[in-house]
Write a protein that binds this ligand. Structure first.
Ligand code: ITT
Length: 197
């Protein structure tokens, strides 16, 4: 059994990652199992830099392969904001959503285009780094809809669906979300490197 630490406290991300690796002999633990790990400052300028920072810090601390996810929402009308600042856009999901909707008040449907980006990075201590990016395009609705998922899910409709991430079935989001796409690239690299299949 391969033990990997997910370098995250975000239970929404964890669920989605677990679902994608469930058929492999991987035990996924997370920062919730290491309350003593100091807060990692996300001081990078890109999703990749922040994912690498998180995975490197956690692999050093735990001496285990560490998988980090840095992700966020880029809104065209806001010149790509909140982007890498998506988690810091407010103190709770509700506050972050309110701030986005306020910034898009009276903005027409055609100008509400956005994309979710996810960069996943696996650091194997003193050995190797794997990374992968996934993007999901769509637009921001004007009122939150649905109750599943996490973060900005209630206000994001992926292109080609007339439902928000929060209204879609969990398994549908996990087929085409930014995170699903990044995982679909990085999981085979992990499986092959550790001979898991
Ligand atoms: P960790 O750093 O502990 O992994 P975090 O929530 O702080 O958790 P990020 O720094 O990567 O994660 O910030 C990502 C932000 O983008 C955060 O506010 C998420 O809620 C949001 N986000 C990322 N993926 C999302 C998704 O699939 N659905 C909704 N919101 C998402």
């Amino acid at each position: 059994m391969l033990k990997i630490v997910a370098a995250t406290h975000n239970t929404g991300k964890l669920k989605e990652i677990k679902e994608k690796i469930k058929d492999y002999p991987i035990e996924l633990i997370s920062l919730l199992d290491y309350p003593q790990i100091p807060e990692i400052e996300e001081k990078g300028n890109t999703f990749y830099e922040n994912a690498l920072l998180k995975a490197t810090a956690v692999s050093r601390f735990t001496k285990l392969p560490a998988l980090a996810d840095d992700s966020g929402l880029e809104i065209d009308y806001l010149d790509g904001k909140p982007g890498i600042y998506s988690a810091r856009w407010g103190n709770s999901d509700e506050e972050r959503i309110r701030r986005v909707l306020k910034a898009l008040e009276r903005v027409s449907d055609t100008e509400r285009t956005a994309r979710f980006i996810c960069v996943m990075c696996l650091v194997i201590p003193e050995n190797k780094i794997f990374s992968a990016e996934g993007i999901c395009i769509g637009y921001i609705v004007s009122t939150p809809q649905g109750s599943s998922g996490f973060g900005y899910d209630p206000i994001f409709k992926p292109k080609g669906y007339n439902l928000t991430f929060s209204q879609l079935e969990v398994k549908t989001k996990n087929k085409m979300s930014h995170r699903a796409r990044a995982l679909d690239k990085i999981v085979p690299l992990i499986v092959s490197y550790f001979h898991l299949a």
